[in-house]
Design a protein around this ligand. Structure first.
Ligand SMILES: NC(=O)c1ccc[n+]([C@@H]2O[C@H](COP(=O)([O-])OP(=O)(O)OC[C@H]3O[C@@H](n4cnc5c(N)ncnc54)[C@H](OP(=O)(O)O)[C@@H]3O)[C@@H](O)[C@H]2O)c1
Length: 344
């Protein structure tokens, strides 16, 4: 089977490079176009964006093109654009009939835009099913990278018991802020309790993701979430400490069983098996040991224990730039392909 051509908007950033890395030898998709800002247009990819990942540099001689629908032929475009740039550029691609699969937050909370994790809420594709079937342009988004370990852990617990309230605090890697990201002054020998507007995103996005598709919209889940977000001097991997109140006040053993029993509704080329890894070690999960679990696509949960205030407390960890960004977007594209909504 020949692979489907795709473009990467924002190909020169931290997430853009992860897209290039993850799409190399992907069974379904082939990178046809690399696009970025005026700063990079016309340059060799290798010159516009020195490779910042541990892997071998890829596509170094490709020429970077502009993020304009008239320039890009691929119907499917992955977006790793800054939020500010994404607002206008993603809308222009959608209006020109492209399928935009985005990491940016610009459209995540829009009513008609799915905020998707294929293993968690694949039915939310229903928001755009008709438009995609008719060949119209749409935007599909994946969640904030800090939200992902939390919401993947909450899905089985919401299904089995019902979530009543969540409080959480994040320990977020510096790669989550892109390149060059936070200043060295803020990060060296320090922790930084102001990573942008993450707290709002972590408080709101899980409610949409765990909401119910009703008619043409999503009825959000109604439980409150109070989040604090902190950047720590770690390269990759966001760790989240969560306290959760569940209906019926189940024991930690019941919660572990619900997490272990969870079976993702689809198996996709990028899906890790298992999706949720449970560790019994008291010193895990950690970014160094667990961020790359399942090729960076698994969520590791540990320290599931009784909480005197909320009932249950646990840690959950995911790779922010793979599961939390490029890998999550590619999994969304795989889901749409499986549903017959991306033609070969
Ligand atoms: N890093 C993560 O772990 C992570 C996780 C989840 C979601 N995200 C989201 O993913 C997106 C990319 O994040 P990142 O960390 O990769 O950021 P980044 O390293 O700062 O990269 C930003 C990219 O956007 C391009 N860009 C900026 N302004 C542009 C414009 N006006 N026109 C066209 N292209 C423009 C840049 O191109 P030039 O190089 O040419 O300037 C670069 O390719 C953001 O929306 C971020 O919130 C990131």
């Amino acid at each position: 089977m020949s692979r489907i051509d795709v473009a990467i908007l924002g190909a020169t950033g931290m997430v853009g490079q992860r897209f290039v890395e993850l799409l190399d030898r992907h069974p379904l998709f082939r990178v046809a176009e690399l696009a970025a800002s005026d700063r990079s247009v016309g340059k060799r990819y290798g010159d516009a964006a020195p490779w910042r990942l541990d892997s071998e540099p890829l596509l170094q001689d490709r020429v970077v093109v502009a993020c304009e629908p008239g320039t890009i032929r691929s119907k499917v475009v992955f977006s790793a654009l800054d939020k500010g740039a994404a607002v206008g550029i993603e809308a222009a691609f959608r209006d020109a009939g492209h399928l935009v699969i985005s990491n940016a937050s610009a459209y995540r909370m829009d009513e008609g835009v799915p905020l998707l994790i294929p293993e968690v809420n694949p039915d939310h594709v229903g928001l755009v099913h008709a438009a995609l079937s008719a060949g119209r342009g749409v935007i599909v988004t994946n969640p904030n990278c800090t939200c992902i370990p939390l919401v993947v852990a909450l899905r089985p617990l919401h299904d089995r018991f019902g979530v009543e309230a969540v409080t959480c605090a994040s320990y977020q890697a510096v790669s989550g802020a892109g390149y060059p990201g936070e200043s060295a002054w803020d990060m060296l020998g320090n922790v930084h309790p102001h990573p942008g507007d993450e707290e709002e995103k972590v408080s709101e996005e899980p409610k949409k993701i765990l909401g119910t598709l009703v008619g043409g919209g999503i009825a959000p889940a109604t439980f409150p979430i109070s989040a604090r977000c902190v950047r720590v001097p770690v390269t990759d991997g966001h760790l989240i400490a969560a306290q959760i109140r569940l209906t019926g006040n189940p024991s930690p053993a019941d919660v572990v069983e619900a997490l272990r029993d969870y079976v993702a509704p689809y198996e996709l080329p990028s899906s890790p098996r298992p999706l949720l890894r449970l560790t019994e070690r008291r010193d895990r999960p950690t970014p160094r040991t667990d961020a790359m679990a399942g090729g960076g696509m698994a969520i590791t949960v540990g320290r599931v224990e009784a909480c005197e205030v909320m009932g249950i407390k646990l840690f959950a960890l995911a790779h922010n730039a793979i599961r939390g960004a490029a890998g999550g977007a590619i999994a969304n594209a795989e889901l749409l392909h499986r549903m017959g909504l991306i033609a070969g």
